[in-house]
Design a protein around this ligand. Structure first.
Ligand SMILES: CC(C)(COP(=O)(O)OP(=O)(O)OC[C@H]1O[C@@H](n2cnc3c(N)ncnc32)[C@H](O)[C@@H]1OP(=O)(O)O)[C@@H](O)C(=O)NCCC(=O)NCCS
Length: 170
């Protein structure tokens, strides 16, 4: 019994790893050592080496993820998101590119950049912002503004708590 519907627009066959037919991985570039768990829907994205994608994640086309980055289960990563290396993206993190939905014109969507070493707590919502190197986002935060490197922020809207030890002004 088929476990996926073929994208009618795409001539490419969905790429389903033979060892694990529960994964749906379509037209992705995935580095060596990267582990993708079951029941994902990831298409047209690039993931570096030794990273991990947990169950029930969706990662849309054009997304780039670096090396050794962990994407925990139930996370949604939309188009126009770029995530660096050594990042931690917690469970159920939601990224946003369409600030006034539904906006059918993709040129109106906005990008998000997560720099190397950033850590995003479970259930955070990330509007189109830049999150600096090594920053920490608290669980359940709604991030509406850029976060400086090394900052710890939390709440809705997310506000500054402190800098990580030794990271002020990086
Ligand atoms: C944001 C976080 C890193 C802050 O940790 P911390 O620096 O030790 O902060 P503290 O616990 O000392 O709290 C400092 C203040 O921020 C508040 N706070 C902490 N985490 C918060 C959060 N997620 N949302 C809202 N407020 C938060 C505290 O209530 C406290 O407020 P107060 O000063 O008014 O009492 C941590 O609480 C957090 O949310 N980590 C993410 C965990 C996670 O999602 N892990 C995923 C894998 S299981």
């Amino acid at each position: 019994m088929p476990i996926f519907k073929k994208d009618k627009k795409s001539k490419e066959k969905p790429q389903v790893t033979p060892e694990n037919p529960r994964q749906i991985i379509n037209n992705c570039k995935i580095g060596e050592g990267t582990k993708v768990w079951n029941f994902v829907n990831i298409y047209g994205c690039e993931i570096g080496r030794d990273s991990m994608v947990g169950c029930f994640c969706e990662i849309q086309k054009g997304v780039k993820i670096g090396d050794r980055t962990r994407i925990q289960s139930h996370t949604f990563i939309c188009e126009l998101v770029e995530i660096g290396s050594d990042c931690f993206i917690g469970h159920g993190v939601m990224f946003i590119n369409d600030v006034y939905p539904p906006q059918p014109d993709p040129s109106e969507w906005k990008k998000t950049v997560i720099e190397d070493g950033a850590s995003i707590g479970s259930n955070a919502t990330i509007l189109p912002v830049k999150i600096g190197k090594g920053a920490i986002i608290g669980a359940g935060a709604v991030v509406t503004k850029d976060v400086p490197a090394g900052a710890v922020v939390a709440g809705n809207p997310a506000s500054f708590i402190r800098y990580r030890d030794g990271m002020k002004g990086e």
